[in-house]
Write a protein that binds this ligand. Structure first.
Ligand code: NAI
Length: 388
């Protein structure tokens, strides 16, 4: 897309060619592959393109079994007796998806004596304790880029539905009511607004690209990796090196950075004080980047006019999670949905194919696509999970 990404990929590629042949070329040998996916129910029976479900198994079963591998698939991931806890003990490969993440904590990884590879069917591998994976020389691979357009579209949609006060307008119609002023009193145009992104990688950049036709006033970004000038120019983006300074200038802030030590709780009560009063905040990156209670309080007080996204700090989100029902003082401003922006049917086809390709490489002892390597053998290969 542009040269920062290309040069990152080149650097990763060089590193990968040094380290990436699979630790054991084991493609002839039967191994245990464990997949933790979300349950698809009736929908998955009716719609085979719901590939990322327990029912449709990423389309991998017959292929894996024809190679002599054992394939365990489940959505059961919590507690010591779960399928995840039991089968991880001797699995060589664990596949999981950010939409229903099998949380691979250090404690769980310590029990996984045979584990060599964790594959994320999607993008975002924070559900794995990456430092523990480095220490244990377990590779962490993801299908980079597989759903970034899907998410960028969702971000733009959520920005629009918050700024234009769409959700309460639709609810009013369903209720049978009609009171235009109740909606219009808090509905605005996106045109002329300042939009800032925390993280300007594949998704953050695509969001800015997609905002161009809306004639926004300015695009800002906060990222420790600067975009090349040409890429900045293309999306009218200006880098702001201080996060508080950036958010204080934005009408809309969107979060598009991975979850790691440097982003956990980044949008907290202190940072929210620096937001422009009445700003809108959209987070499709990871729930734990935003402090749950601080966001709800900011919405209630009017510091935020709206908050929207699809990621929650534990998934599935508990029934009483405050983000399900929080509102601004006008009873609106909530654009939350379950985690699905990156699991459209188009995205599922891409991340299922990508998962198979990662497994094929591993079984044959071939190098992986460098862009897919978050943790290689014994070290971080991605530069997106914090400055190390
Ligand atoms: P990417 O690796 O292309 O870009 C991430 C950017 O964030 C990089 O430019 C990196 O330098 C920057 N960054 C890292 N730490 C930062 C910090 N402390 N402050 C500011 N910037 C920082 O990743 P991509 O593909 O854009 O995805 C980003 C995240 O979006 C994923 O890690 C994942 O958590 C989330 N995601 C969510 C999905 C969903 O369905 N809701 C689907 C796909 C990804």
């Amino acid at each position: 897309m542009f040269s920062r990404l290309a040069s990152r990929q080149l650097a990763a590629s060089r590193a990968a060619s040094r380290t990436l042949a699979s630790p054991s070329a084991s493609w002839n040998r039967g191994m245990k592959v464990l997949a933790i996916l979300y349950r698809g129910g009736e929908a998955a029976k009716q719609e085979p393109r719901l590939l990322g479900t327990v029912e449709n198994e990423l389309g991998l079963r017959s292929w894996l079994e024809s190679q002599g591998h054992e394939f365990i698939v489940s959505d059961d991931k919590e507690g010591p007796n779960s399928v995840l806890s039991q089968h991880i003990k001797d699995a060589e490969v664990v596949i999981t998806t950010p939409f229903h993440p099998g949380y691979l904590t250090k404690d769980l990884i310590d029990t996984a004596k045979n584990l060599k590879v964790c594959v994320t069917a999607g993008v975002g591998s924070d559900h794995v304790d990456l430092n523990a994976a480095v220490d244990r020389k377990i590779q962490v691979l993801e299908v980079t880029g597989s759903n970034v357009t899907s998410v960028a579209e969702h971000v733009v949609m959520t920005i629009l539905l918050l700024v234009r006060n769409f959700v309460p307008a639709h609810e009013m119609i369903e209720r049978g009511d009609w009171m235009v002023s109740d909606i219009a009193r808090n509905a605005f145009d996106l045109e002329g607004k300042v939009v800032g992104t925390i993280g300007a990688g594949r998704i953050g950049y695509r969001v800015l690209e997609r905002l161009m036709p809306f004639d926004t006033k300015e695009h800002l970004y906060y990222d420790y990796a600067a975009l090349p000038q040409e890429a900045e120019k293309k999306v009218r983006a200006r880098r702001v090196e201080d996060l508080k300074e950036m958010v204080s200038q934005c009408d809309v802030v969107t979060v598009n950075a991975p979850l790691h030590e440097g982003t956990k709780g980044l949008v907290n009560a202190d940072l929210l004080k620096h937001f422009k009063k009445g700003a809108w905040l959209v987070n499709t990156a990871r729930g734990a980047i935003c402090d749950k209670d601080a966001v709800a309080a900011a919405l209630k007080s009017g510091q935020l006019t709206g908050y929207g996204g699809d990621v929650w700090n534990v998934q599935p989100a508990p029934k009483d999670h405050v983000w399900r029902t929080m509102k601004n003082s006008l009873g609106a401003g909530n654009g939350m949905v379950p985690h699905y922006s990156g699991t459209t049917l188009d995205a599922q086809a891409r991340y299922a194919a990508g998962t198979r390709s990662i497994l094929e490489n591993y079984f044959k002892g071939q190098a992986q696509n460098p862009a897919n390597i978050i943790v290689g053998v014994g070290k971080y290969e991605s530069k997106a999970y914090g400055q190390r």
